[in-house]
Design a protein around this ligand. Structure first.
Ligand SMILES: NC(=O)c1ccc[n+]([C@@H]2O[C@H](COP(=O)([O-])OP(=O)(O)OC[C@H]3O[C@@H](n4cnc5c(N)ncnc54)[C@H](O)[C@@H]3O)[C@@H](O)[C@H]2O)c1
Length: 241
């Protein structure tokens, strides 16, 4: 088992990708503290937190350490989305997306890293998105927030490496979860399938497999990367059919 005895905290664990990450970490031998804004979808020991609240981010690390003595792995999976045209996005919506996706990831990473520094070991995995690398329709706030998550990953990787901490990101392509059920129209789904060389959406389990790799010893020398798990979307070029 690749994460035997490791202590992990997973945000967004009540959702599609976060739930799969928590399950995969457990299957590899880790003890997992699940956290989410919503209690349903969490196990009985789950923590209800709002990652955009710095006090809740502090509570996530404090509670994990209080229960299990340390925090070896943090997976920042919690995220939210809204679609809006660039010209129409309101300041409130822009603010909300940035607060959850970017500020929330930063708050949770900073709190976890403070504990990891004392341990001399840590793995932080952020969930970015292909939208943080390439623009798309009505993804202004979302794309900007995920580009910020990529920069957060690189900054933290640079500064935390001397403490035995690695910080990496996964950039998922489209995955069929609650998030995309709400925001992907039938036309958007058809366009994605056309543009993705694998010609399909990804699975939550495929994102979780990448998180297990980045959390394990096999990735000890992998730091500051953004790993696309996107069926080839970011690499793809012109088609001839
Ligand atoms: N589904 C996709 O196609 C896709 C693609 C790229 C990136 N992502 C990213 O993957 C992550 C997981 O998304 P998902 O597709 O599993 O969606 P999801 O809606 O199933 O899960 C997201 C979870 O985050 C939780 N959450 C939202 N705001 C929160 C907050 N303030 N504090 C704590 N928890 C909060 C939600 O309650 C939910 O359980 C997100 O960061 C999302 O941006 C998803």
């Amino acid at each position: 088992m690749r994460l035997e005895g490791r202590i992990a905290a997973v945000t967004g664990a009540g959702g599609g990708i976060g739930g799969a990450v928590a399950a995969a970490f457990r299957a590899e031998g880790a003890i997992v503290v699940e956290a989410d804004l919503k209690a349903d979808g969490l196990g009985p020991d789950g923590l209800v937190i709002d990652v955009s609240d710095p006090d809740d981010a502090r509570r996530l690390t404090a509670e994990t350490v209080a229960r299990h003595g340390r925090i070896d792995i943090l997976a920042n999976v919690a995220g939210t989305s809204l679609r809006h045209a660039f010209l129409d996005v309101t300041r409130e919506d822009f603010d909300r997306i940035l607060r959850v996706n970017l500020y929330g990831s930063f708050y949770c990473a900073q709190e976890a890293a403070r504990a990891m520094v004392g341990q001399g070991y840590g793995r932080i995995i952020n969930i970015a998105s292909i939208s943080g690398v390439r623009a798309g329709a009505e993804r202004t706030a979302y794309g900007i927030s995920k580009a910020g998550v990529i920069s957060l990953t690189q900054q933290a990787a640079h500064e935390l490496a001397p403490f035995g901490i690695t910080v990496n990101a996964i950039a998922p392509g489209p995955v069929d979860t609650e998030l995309t059920r709400v925001h992907h129209t039938p036309a958007a789904r058809a366009n994605y399938r056309r543009m993705i060389p694998a010609a399909r959406y990804g699975l939550c389990e495929e994102m979780a497999d990448a998180a297990v790799f980045l959390a394990g010893e096999a990735a000890a020398y992998v730091n500051g990367v953004v790993l696309p798990v996107d069926g080839g979307y970011l690499a793809a070029g012109v088609r001839e059919d």
